[in-house]
Design a protein around this ligand. Structure first.
Ligand code: FES
Length: 230
């Protein structure tokens, strides 16, 4: 028995879970996610293998600019396949993300099986804790996603690029709900402990120019924060 799995890969895909569930249903496929939504890909693969699937064909989609490359789908699947060991079903991954529904069939046909020589989940480049001076936490929870967090995230990344700030300077991380949902989209700058609300794309530009490049928080966007002491 061959089972096809549609895999959401980016934070934006997690936010459009209902849409992707409908797409998977139309395609006769199972649904899984690489991050921020359930079921996780490895959980789904285990369920399908336990149910007797002999061949699993994975086709990824990426609805946002901040998701991983297509090689990550293969890395995660290869990691699961090696852990599963003897008797694991064949797992094949499509060579590109599906951009249109019409690509589903061709991409499934082009899927290559994973072998024991596939890429792993470790790299020497990932050994050290990074030395960035700021980490920007972009909320991608349900309220912030509905309020335009995808556009906020894209604007932040583009503004950082224009300012010449890379991952070594400012690390941008997508998160689940950070709780002050009424102020969506919410963005937090650490270790400064500065919280921002209603960060639309123009506000994201200002946040980068004034705070991350200029060193001064944007007071007009700042949310009150009372830090509880131990
Ligand atoms: S969804 Fe962003 S703060 Fe709750």
């Amino acid at each position: 028995m061959t089972v096809h799995v549609l895999v959401g890969t980016s934070p934006a895909d997690a936010a459009r879970r209902t849409e992707l569930a409908g797409l998977a249903h139309r395609l006769g496929a199972e649904l899984a996610f690489l991050q921020l939504a359930s079921p996780a890909l490895t959980t789904r693969l285990t369920q399908l293998a336990d149910a007797g699937a002999e061949r699993l064909v994975l086709v990824g989609v990426s609805g946002g600019t901040s998701g991983p490359g297509v090689s990550w789908l293969r890395r995660i699947a290869a990691h699961w396949w090696r852990d599963r060991g003897e008797g694991a079903p064949e797992v094949a991954t499509a060579p590109a993300f599906m951009a249109a529904e019409s690509e589903w069939g061709p991409l499934g046909d082009l899927a290559r099986p994973i072998t024991h020589r596939g890429p792993g989940l470790t790299s020497a480049a990932w050994e050290d804790v990074p030395g960035h001076r700021h980490q920007v936490l972009v909320c991608r929870g349900p309220r912030c996603s509905a309020a335009g967090a995808e556009e906020t995230s894209t604007a932040l990344v583009l503004a950082l690029m224009r300012a010449g700030l890379g991952d070594d300077d400012v690390l941008v991380t997508q998160t689940g709900c950070q709780f002050p949902c009424n102020h969506a989209p919410v963005v937090t700058v650490q270790p400064d402990d500065v919280w921002y609300g209603r960060v639309d794309p123009p506000a994201a530009d200002q946040l980068v120019a004034d705070h991350l490049a200029g060193g001064s928080p944007v007071e007009a966007l700042r949310l009150a924060r009372v830090r509880r002491e131990p």
